[in-house]
Design a protein around this ligand. Structure first.
Ligand SMILES: Cc1cc2nc3c(=O)[nH]c(=O)nc-3n(C[C@H](O)[C@H](O)[C@H](O)COP(=O)(O)OP(=O)(O)OC[C@H]3O[C@@H](n4cnc5c(N)ncnc54)[C@H](O)[C@@H]3O)c2cc1C
Length: 494
């Protein structure tokens, strides 16, 4: 790095990419645990919130409860399932309370990240939105909080005849503000959490709304309230206590559901399907439309507050078709069984496009990084990539539970490095790890949504022994990560 260049570079101890839930969590932990460290959050959007800013389709809300999706350290005071607006308000309060605003740079898109072993630094090239100028940042540690999917566009399969359709085709991720669906026939392709959110929010305004699904999904209807939280609040118990007690209650209940999904999947399946039947009545073909072939929780269980999706169907405002698309036509979609589903608007609720490492081009000492060749260290760091952590949350439990655990782990790592006077930490396979089988980043037998399956070959590998495994299990990791031995030889400190 020559003298001229150095003057143009802004340096921070820690560079955080993203100002969504995970980036803000990283900021909180850095500020609290290391008041002396400098850090910056580089965010390509105009504001904070990530997922909750990107998505603005009708009804957008969480499908996790906010007692566990909220931070461990900031009480949630609302109902369990929250709208995007409520989540953004919660994060807005965090930015004020934790004095984090001054650390965020908006419209800063990180395009390249280069590690130099000589300088022991990351150098980032960053495109600044306002002026399109390129800025350079350097930092000792790179904390990747960029999420896991492409924020610019969602995933839309190519179906035959799409061009011939005369109406609007919209993806929930890029919902046009001006879209008017009043008294229109709307066809929603897909039956995941997004479809389950959109349909009840739109049903009363549309002429009719139809959910077209290739195969059914499990839905868990329940009231959007937590009785224990209500009781504690009525007793004027401090919000911090209520938050912690209700978190423990919810985590305990979820642990039980997870156990049952593995040990007694049939009984759990029957309960979920019976719950649908209660809303839809005995005449409804629950067998065909709401009985999935997979084990509960192999994909995220879609929670529906107060059974709102089922209520829309029972009221005749919404309906479900379980069939495959043969072709789009001028007026709608023709299914493989020959049904023509007429529509003015087609919503493709077909999911995300996985985006690995925020679309950033990585180099280590000038060599392009092939991320798929690296092994994950506990689903946090990656072999032969120095001073870098990536926050990848849970699928089944709330993402934030893992963001918090990772933040605590990274802070412990920083303390360890300070105690040992080291500037660089690199996960590296030990002799005994050399012949590990290369297993997929996420075990497809355990969790297999489409967006992951489509891109798994681009993700790092995991092995079959510690610490080269990514457990995706909060109940194991909450005890293991805080105790993880940093001196087991898999982390090389220099
Ligand atoms: C509609 C929807 C609902 C969801 N509901 C839940 C839920 O209820 N519970 C749950 O646990 N999970 C849920 N998830 C998963 C959700 O993405 C995470 O829970 C969480 O919000 C992710 O936070 P994050 O900060 O890690 O990433 P994100 O929210 O994805 O934020 C990352 C930020 O980094 C920015 N960024 C990316 N690349 C770059 C770059 N190169 N340079 C600069 N900035 C960059 C992005 O623009 C974005 O603002 C949901 C996801 C979606 C899409």
């Amino acid at each position: 790095m020559n003298q001229q260049n150095k003057q143009d570079i802004e340096h921070f101890d820690v560079l955080v990419v993203g100002a969504g839930i995970s980036g803000i969590d990283a900021g909180y932990h850095l500020r609290t645990a290391f008041p002396g460290k400098s850090f910056v959050l580089l965010e390509n959007q105009d504001s904070f919130g990530g997922t909750w800013l990107t998505h603005n389709y009708p009804g957008i809300r969480s499908d996790s409860d906010l007692f566990t999706f909220g931070y461990k350290w900031k009480p949630w005071t609302g109902v369990p399932i929250a709208t995007a607006e409520e989540i953004l308000k919660y994060l807005d309060e965090v930015l004020d309370e934790q004095d984090l605003r001054k650390h965020i740079r908006y419209q800063h898109t990180v395009t390249t990240a280069s590690w130099s072993n000589e300088d022991k630094l990351w150098t980032l090239q960053v495109k600044h939105g306002d002026t399109n100028e390129t800025k350079t940042f350097s930092g000792n540690f790179l904390w990747m909080c960029q999420g896991y999917y492409n924020h610019d566009r969602g995933y839309v399969p190519e179906w035959p005849g799409m061009q011939s359709f005369q109406g609007d085709i919209v993806h929930p991720q890029t919902w046009p503000d001006e879209l008017d669906y009043t008294d229109k026939n709307v066809l929603v392709i897909g039956s995941g959490a997004t479809a389950a959110t959109l349909i009840p929010a739109m049903a009363s305004d549309c002429k009719h709304i139809t959910m077209l699904q290739r195969s059914p999904t499990y839905f868990a209807p329940a009231p959007n309230r937590n009785e224990l939280a209500d009781q504690l609040r009525n007793l004027d118990v401090p919000h911090e206590w209520t938050h912690e007690i209700v978190r423990r209650q919810i985590l305990n209940d979820q642990k039980e559901i997870t156990r049952r999904s593995f040990e007694e999947p049939e009984a759990l399946k029957t309960e979920l399907i019976d719950a649908a039947r209660q809303y839809l009545g005995s005449e409804y073909d629950v067998e065909k439309h709401f009985t999935p072939s997979y084990r509960p929780w192999r994909q995220r269980l879609a929670f529906i507050p107060d059974g709102d999706l089922f209520q829309g169907i029972a009221a005749g405002q919404a309906s479900v078709v379980t069939d495959e698309i043969d072709t789009f036509t001028e007026r709608g979609v023709l299914t493989k069984s020959g049904q023509l589903l007429e529509a003015d608007i087609i919503v493709t609720a077909t999911g995300f496009d996985l985006c690995i490492l925020g679309g950033i081009e990585f180099r280590i000492d000038g060599e392009p990084l092939n991320f798929a060749e690296s092994w994950t260290y506990r689903g946090i760091m990656y072999s032969d990539i120095p001073n870098m952590a990536w926050v990848f949350g849970y699928f089944r439990a709330s993402w934030t539970l893992r963001a918090d655990l990772i933040a605590e782990f990274v802070c412990r790592l920083f303390n360890h490095m300070e105690e040992n006077n080291s500037r660089v930490v690199t996960p590296r396979l030990r002799d005994e790890d050399q012949n590990m089988p290369a297993l997929p980043f996420v075990d497809p037998d355990n969790f297999n949504p489409g967006y992951l399956m489509r891109s798994m070959h681009l993700m790092p590998k995991q092995g079959d022994n510690e610490p080269w495994v990514f457990k995706q299990d909060y109940y194991t990791e909450k005890d293991e990560l805080p105790q993880a031995d940093l001196d087991d030889g898999a982390l090389i400190f220099e």
